[in-house]
Design a protein around this ligand. Structure first.
Ligand code: NAD
Ligand code: WQD
Length: 329
């Protein structure tokens, strides 16, 4: 059984990926310092897979602690590196915190890989590397525009760090992950107030907020609201397993978009949530949010051809699971 070290494996996307890795026959080992999650996700993973999962409460920027993890586990086939901060607004207030953690953790991971002869890494990148693309749907050859935030900058720089390294890498450029595992046992456990669309919708639905503001309805899009590519987190998790299979048999440096290819407006998303869950969401139209791009959705040809990955879950399934998670978290 191939051992995979998963940094940030107790987080939102990481926990879903752990479940899929185990289902595919890999043996994951989690490294997470719980700075943006809780042991609720570890417990949830163990309930879903009905067995214990190996994990270390370690900060990936701590080289000595990471050395110990690598030494303890002997042969490691590959790394999936999720560990990073992800709050876009906070990164504008405190860029250094983002540079230190996001680049710092990758730097330590790459050093450990070199010293322990580990060749393969999957990196959590983001469609934010493209900024506002000139051509839609955006493909992997689109240039990196000036980043919208220090957070976006860290993703661009980390991709450059991978290119400058000798390891085999896949950068997965996620579009907008939403939803949760159908068991509702794992999900986004961030302590902060959410700033992403779907968690805000679920907070309105449960009564934690009075309403949601739609940021602008005067964009050059079919209904005037911004368009995104919302991808079910379970589908996204599966792409990591396929990416690891692919990298083991196809050494080199690769980057893939992971999105559905379907552009969904803010009003479409609200409607899908309301109709799926038979609920009304109180919303109003407000001004544009600074830094928002008008529209982005993925060209998914490459990931389909090379990894054999395609989304399976619908927007409605994602909205149902997002609501199920909110109700029990
Ligand atoms: P998350 O915050 O739920 O998961 C990140 C995990 O990493 C958390 O469990 C956190 O405790 C851990 N972590 C952070 N810094 C660490 C460190 N120095 N040492 C050890 N553990 C550390 O976020 P997520 O949504 O699961 O995102 C996972 C990755 O995907 C991140 O790199 C993020 O930037 C990227 N990404 C997320 C989205 C999104 O919308 N959620 C979109 C594109 C890319
Ligand atoms: C989606 C749409 C908002 C909240 C961010 C990061 C990106 C990536 C994913 C990590 C936008 C609108 C939102 C609200 C609204 N993360 N909205 N009212 O901005 O596409 O991307 O998360 O890499 O880097 O920037 O996602 O969920 O914040 O917004 O109208 O209260 O919902 O304007 O059009 P975004 P989001």
């Amino acid at each position: 059984m191939k051992k995979i070290l998963v940094t940030g494996g107790a987080g939102y996307i990481g926990s879903h990926t752990i479940v899929e890795l185990i289902a595919a026959g890999y043996t994951p080992v989690i490294v997470d310092n719980l700075c943006n999650t809780s042991t609720q996700n570890i417990d949830g993973i163990e309930k879903i897979i009905d067995t214990k999962v190996k994990w270390h409460n370690v900060d990936c920027t701590d080289k000595d602690a990471m050395d110990k993890v690598f030494t303890e586990h002997g042969k490691i086939e590959g790394i999936i590196h999720f560990a990073a901060y992800k709050a876009v607004e906070e990164s504008v207030q405190n860029p250094q915190k983002y540079y230190d953690n996001n680049m710092g953790s990758l730097e330590v991971v790459l050093k450990c890989m070199q010293e322990n002869d580990v060749k393969n890494i999957i990196f959590s990148s983001s469609c934010t590397v493209y900024g506002m693309p000139d051509v839609l749907p955006v493909d992997e050859n689109a240039p990196f525009k000036k980043a919208e935030s220090p957070y976006g900058e860290t993703k661009q720089i980390c991709e450059e760090m991978l290119k400058a390294d000798t390891c085999n890498s896949v950068a997965l450029r996620y579009f907008n992950p939403i939803g949760s595992h159908p068991s509702a046992l794992i999900g986004d456990c961030s302590a902060d107030r959410p700033s992403n669309l779907v968690p805000i919708i679920t907070e309105v639905a449960i009564g934690k907020r009075k309403k949601i503001t739609v940021f602008g309805d005067d964009y050059n899009t079919p209904d005037g609201t911004c368009v995104r590519d919302y991808i079910h987190v379970v589908d996204l998790a599966k792409s990591h397993v396929l990416a690891m299979d692919f990298l083991i048999r196809t050494p080199g440096q690769h980057a893939f978009n992971v999105g559905t290819g379907i552009g969904v407006s803010v009003l479409d998303a609200l409607k899908a949530f309301e109709e799926t869950n038979n609920l009304k969401i109180n919303y109003s139209i407000g001004p544009r949010r600074s830094g928002d791009i008008e529209q982005i959705y993925a060209n998914g040809n490459l990931v389909k051809t090379k990894l054999g990955w395609e989304p399976i879950e619908s927007l409605e399934q994602a909205m149902k699971s997002a609501w199920d998670w909110e109700k029990q978290k």
